[in-house]
Design a protein around this ligand. Structure first.
Ligand code: NAP
Length: 285
């Protein structure tokens, strides 16, 4: 049996993605093979393709952080899985493929009847948002939060989970996404045409309790300014490095899995020496 998958042969823009056809992988002992029904497409995939995500695999590799699929074949000594069962996994790479083999402990069962494209959003994006709200910021009902990129893959789960947690939400987004952000329960702030720090202080008075910042760079200092005393910026990405889905700088492409995280770490370190009781904490799933 044959299948197709996407591969990245060198780091760079979307043109480095290639479709190949090859023999279907066979599950080894302890592995389960799934037929992929849905694979998540996320900004971390783009950052890895550019070679700058901390989890960037060595080329050639297949992108795709997460999947929902149907168990199709079972390797020797596997127990607890059966063909036809719907499962999810987050191997970090490899999911842009028709068939994927992984060790059985990588899979969790998915309840029957869910739309696979909706279920796969839970694996990376919702867990990321949930852990940051619950563990990194430890938000309490009635607190105020600012979510950057509120209409995005991680931003929309933030809004849905933040509403359930009963927090007051503000979300930066472009003007065309304002309606979606409002429908999901937040006050939209157009980051392209207004100053979000001024807007937050105009709307709240003394600022927010937590900011979730996947933008990085000097945006982190602005996020800090939007905090009230005792507040916290959760740092979880460096989207500012991208422009139109490509690295904004013309630095030579290659595998640099530590560079951008080290730069974020440098911001977090410098925060300690800034005036005010405002913390910055990193988050990685
Ligand atoms: N640390 C972790 O474990 C972890 C896990 C998952 C994701 N991430 C990070 O999370 C971030 C978002 O990923 P994603 O997959 O959700 O991306 P996405 O779906 O592309 O969403 C990003 C959103 O950010 C908005 N945006 C762009 N520049 C902005 C700015 N300067 N200010 C405010 N909003 C801006 C975009 O809105 P417009 O297009 O409307 O401008 C877009 O809606 C990335 O940095 C990613 O690496 C981290």
């Amino acid at each position: 049996m044959r299948h197709t998958r996407i591969i990245v042969t060198h780091y760079g823009g979307p043109d480095v993605l290639q479709v190949i056809e090859e023999a279907c992988p066979e599950p080894k002992s302890g592995e389960v093979r799934v037929r992929v029904l849905a694979a998540g497409v996320s900004l971390p995939d783009v950052l890895a393709r550019e070679g700058v995500h901390p989890e960037t695999p060595r080329v050639p590799y297949t992108p795709g952080w997460d999947l929902v699929g149907i168990v199709d074949q079972i390797g020797e000594s596997v127990s607890g899985f059966e063909p036809g069962q719907t499962v999810a996994a987050m191997p970090i790479s490899g999911c842009y493929a028709q068939y994927v083999c992984l060790p059985q402990h990588k899979f969790i069962p998915v309840p029957a009847g869910l739309d696979p494209a909706e279920a796969v959003a839970v694996v990376l994006n919702y867990i990321t948002a949930h852990q940051m709200l619950d563990r990194s910021a430890k938000v309490k009902p009635g607190q105020r939060v600012l979510i950057h990129g509120a209409s995005g893959g991680v931003g929309t789960p933030f809004l849905q989970l933040g509403r359930l947690a009963d927090v007051e939400m503000y979300g930066t987004c472009s003007a065309q996404a304002a309606e979606v952000v409002k429908e999901l329960g937040a006050t939209p702030i157009d980051y392209r045409n207004s100053d979000f720090v001024q807007e937050i202080h105009r709307l709240t008075g003394d600022g927010v309790d937590a900011v979730f910042d996947g933008i990085g760079g000097d945006n982190l200092w602005r996020s800090r300014e939007a905090l009230r005393e005792g507040g916290r910026v959760v740092v979880y990405g460096f989207q500012a490095k991208l422009h139109g889905g490509r690295m904004a700088s013309d630095a030579p492409s290659g595998r640099h899995p530590i560079r951008e995280s080290a730069i974020l770490g440098w911001y977090i370190l410098r925060n300690w020496f800034r005036a005010g009781r405002k913390s910055m904490v990193p988050y990685s799933i």
